[in-house]
Design a protein around this ligand. Structure first.
Ligand code: 5GP
Length: 349
C-alpha cells in the first residue's frame, strides 16, 4: 500500500520571513526550560563514542547546552566519567535496553545522575517501553527520562505513555547513518519532527543537522533541542587524537568519526559483526575543526538571526509563527552561496 504522505526534509523547505519588531538579534532569547532545568542554548552533543565523553560534556554544558554521554564503555568507567563532570545536572547518561541497561542506570543514578537517555535505533519497541516503565516506576519524578529514537507520532506517543519526559526523534537522518540505504526505513527529518511534535512532550531533533539553518528549521518544526553529531565531529573536545596525513601533496589534519552501528564500532564494542546483521552506519575521517565553541557560536548566530527573520523573541514564538514553504531544486541552489567569482566581470574592464 502506498501512503499518500509526502516526506520532507530540511533542504526541501525554506522559512518565509515575517514582520520583525525586535531591535537586535541580541535581544532574542534561546533559553529552554526542561522540567526545572534551564539550558541557555537548545543544543545537545550526541551520545556517540567519537563525540561525547568528559571533555565534550564539560564544554557543551559550559556553553549552556546539554550533553549525552555515550554508553559504549564499562559501567565502572561510565560511573568514573560521570563523577568527573563539571555540570552533572546538564548531562544525561545513556543506556540500552535489557538488564545491562537497567544496571547501568542504577549505578549512575547512585552517583547522582538524574537524566537517563534510553536510546536504541528503533525506539518504537516493547523493550524500550519496558525499560522506561521500569525506571519510572522505581524512581518516579526524581529522574528525567529521554527516550528514542522514533520518527512518528505513534512512536512518540508510545514512549510518552511509557513515562518518557523527552522524545528523541530521528530515524535514518544521521550523517554517518546508512539505515535508509540498508533497510528502506526512515522518515525525512522535518516531517518526522512535525509529526512527533504533536505529542505532549519535549522533543530532541537527532540527526541530519549539517548547517545552522537546519537547526533553525528543526526548532521551527517543533524541536525543543537539536542534537549534533557530525557538526561537532573533528573538534578538539571530541575523543580521539588528531591524525596528520598527506593528501595530494598537502598536509591534512583530521579526526575519526563513526556511526555506532558501523562495522568498526561493532568490532570494538559488540565483539564483531555477526553474520545475521549488516552495518547501518559508516566510519569516516573528518577534517580537524579546532574548538567546538566556534561551531556552536556559528549555529547560535544562525538561530538568533533566524528568530529575528521570523519576528520571534523565543523559540516557542518561532514555533508558533514559522511558515515553511516547499522549494524546488532551483530555489535551493539559489539559496546557497554561488559566488560570482569571474575574473572578467564587466565592471572591472
Ligand atoms: P548527525 O548529527 O551526525 O547527522 O547525526 C547524529 C545521530 O546519528 C546520532 O545522534 C544518532 O542518533 C545517529 N547515529 C549515530 N550512529 C549511527 C549509526 O551507526 N546508524 C544510524 N542509523 N544512526 C546513527
Amino acid at each position: 500500500m502506498l501512503s499518500n504522505l509526502k516526506g520532507l526534509t530540511f533542504d526541501d523547505v525554506i522559512l518565509v520571513p515575517g514582520y520583525n519588531g525586535i531591535k537586535s538579534r541580541q535581544n532574542v532569547t534561546t533559553t529552554v526550560e526542561l522540567l526545572g532545568r534551564t539550558f541557555g542554548i537548545p543544543l545537545v552533543s550526541s551520545n556517540m563514542d567519537t563525540i561525547t565523553e568528559l571533555e565534550m560534556a564539560n564544554a557543551m554544558t559550559d556553553l549552556g547546552g546539554m550533553a549525552v554521554l555515550h554508553r559504549f564503555l564499562t559501567i565502572e568507567d561510565n560511573v568514573k566519567m560521570f563523577e568527573k563532570l563539571k555540570n552533572k545536572d546538564k548531562v544525561s547518561v545513556s543506556i540500552g535496553i535489557g538488564q545491562d541497561g537497567l544496571e547501568r542506570a542504577e549505578a549512575l543514578i547512585a552517583v547522582g545522575a538524574s537524566m537517563i537517555c534510553v536510546d536504541v535505533a528503533h525506539g518504537h519497541s516493547k523493550e524500550v517501553n519496558r525499560s522506561v516503565k521500569a525506571l519510572r516506576e522505581k524512581h518516579g519524578s526524581n529522574i528525567l527520562i529521554i527516550a528514542g529514537n522514533v520518527a512518528t507520532y505513534a512512536g512518540a506517543d508510545y514512549l510518552a505513555s511509557a513515562g518518557a519526559d523527552v522524545i528523541k526523534v530521528g530515524i535514518g537522518s544521521g550523517s554517518v547513518c546508512s539505515t535508509r540505504i540498508k533497510t528502506g526505513f526512515g522518515v525525512p527529518q522535518l516531517s518526522a519532527l512535525q509529526d512527533c511534535r504533536k505529542v505532549d512532550r519535549m522533543i530532541i531533533s537527532d540527526g541530519g543537522t549539517r548547517f545552522p539553518s537546519d537547526a533553525v528549521k528543526a526548532l521551527a518544526a517543533g524541536a525543543d533541542f537539536v542534537m549534533l553529531g557530525g557538526m561537532l565531529a573533528g573538534t578538539d573536545e571530541t575523543p580521539g587524537s588528531v591524525i596528520e596525513s598527506e593528501v595530494n601533496g598537502s598536509k591534512i589534519r583530521f579526526k575519526r568519526f563513526r556511526g555506532m552501528a558501523s562495522k568498526e564500532a561493532q568490532d570494538d564494542f559488540m565483539g564483531g559483526m555477526s553474520d545475521w546483521k549488516t552495518a547501518e552506519g559508516v566510519s569516516m575521517d573528518v577534517v580537524y575543526k579546532g574548538p567546538m565553541k566556534k561551531v556552536i557560536l556559528d549555529i547560535m548566530g544562525g538561530i538568533r538571526s533566524g528568530l529575528t527573520y521570523c519576528g520571534a523573541l523565543t523559540i516557542k514564538d518561532l514555533q508558533r509563527k514559522a511558515q515553511f514553504m516547499e522549494i524546488t531544486q532551483a530555489g535551493r541552489v539559489e539559496g546557497t552561496p554561488h559566488g560570482m567569482d569571474r575574473l572578467d566581470e564587466p565592471s572591472s574592464k
